[in-house]
Design a protein around this ligand. Structure first.
Ligand SMILES: [Zn+2]
Ligand SMILES: [Zn+2]
Length: 307
């Protein structure tokens, strides 16, 4: 299935309820067919997985329609502009096939942290080895983790690029700022990361996995204007398990309110939740309706946005 048959959701958070839509209820921002880039500054984000670690990877469906309905979620990952893959859990190689991504267009893989649902060496190797393009993929990973996985280049076939928190780097036309995530991975001694992707005047903040933002991250963010934030929403409204490393919905509401107050977000910004726990949320349709009242979009596998 080629990219031309994907469903696209674009522009404002208000206008784009992230639920699979049929032609009958298409809004003005819905695209089917070749996605027209309006400006050099625009870029695409394709969700390849939107689940937390409690979704069974062995039961991951191969049917695109099941994934598009939000009934099942793969391990959280996005693809930016068909070239930058963010995180690569066990379901991501299959998701690339299911959603018709031409693997040779992927130039870089950026890892937030090395929990197994975001970093699967076999998956990365599978993607790298399937390419016809001879140029090796760059694998960007926090520098302590890069040292911990000593044979990562041999194991994956990628070129390892160590990342330091708050030290910017560039990939293609994007400036990327790794910032501190409030999350923990014990064995590797790594600093788990969120990333700010900026291209010209557009910024995307990819904020998972992680709980309440740290003060260092907030001090940097509050000087920015974000077009889109993709937020860890592992826990639902009534679940408070492990709130110091993942968000609940009430925590997101509070942070979002402050971001609007400080004009980090505005009415045109998209706020999207992802990394949903299987057992802590109602059905995708219900989460979507609940979130829409707060002008928050609920991601599903295969959802694509123009930023
Ligand atoms: Zn995770
Ligand atoms: Zn994690």
């Amino acid at each position: 299935m080629g990219i031309s048959r994907r469903k696209f959701i674009s522009h404002t958070a208000i206008g784009s309820l992230a639920i699979p839509i049929t032609k009958a209820n298409m809004g003005p921002n819905f695209h089917e067919g070749k996605l027209a880039m309006n400006s050099q500054d625009t870029f695409t984000v394709l969700f390849l997985g939107t689940g937390a670690a409690d979704w069974d990877v062995n039961a991951y469906p191969q049917e695109k329609e099941i994934l598009l309905s939000g009934a099942y979620r793969g391990q959280s990952s996005i693809l930016i502009n068909n070239s930058i893959l963010v995180d690569c859990g066990a379901t991501v190689a299959a998701a690339l096939d299911i959603f018709g991504v031409h693997i040779d267009t992927i130039t870089d893989i950026v890892i937030t942290h090395t929990h197994a649902d975001h970093f699967n060496i076999d998956s990365i190797k599978k993607i790298a080895s399937k390419r016809e393009n001879q140029k090796r993929i760059n694998l960007w990973i926090e520098h302590h983790a890069a040292s911990y996985y000593k044979t990562l280049e041999d194991d994956t076939g990628c070129t390892v690029k160590p990342v330091k928190c708050f030290e910017k780097f560039t990939i293609n036309e994007f400036e990327i700022t790794p910032v501190e995530a409030n999350h923990f991975r014990a064995e590797t001694e790594e600093q788990c990361l969120h990333y700010i992707f900026t291209k010209s005047n557009k910024s995307l903040f990819y904020a998972l996995d992680g709980g309440w933002l740290t003060i260092k991250t907030w001090n940097l963010l509050k000087k920015m204007k974000l077009n889109t934030i993709i937020w860890d929403a592992t826990w639902g409204s009534d679940v408070y398990y492990c709130i110091f490393s993942h968000n609940t919905i009430p925590a997101i509401h509070l942070m979002k309110k402050q971001m609007f107050k400080d004009q980090v977000l505005n009415q045109e910004s998209k706020v999207i939740i992802s990394h949903l726990s299987r057992n802590s949320h109602p059905s995708h349709a219900n989460v979507t309706i609940n979130m829409k009242t707060e002008q928050i979009i609920t991601a599903y596998d295969g959802a694509e946005f123009l930023i």
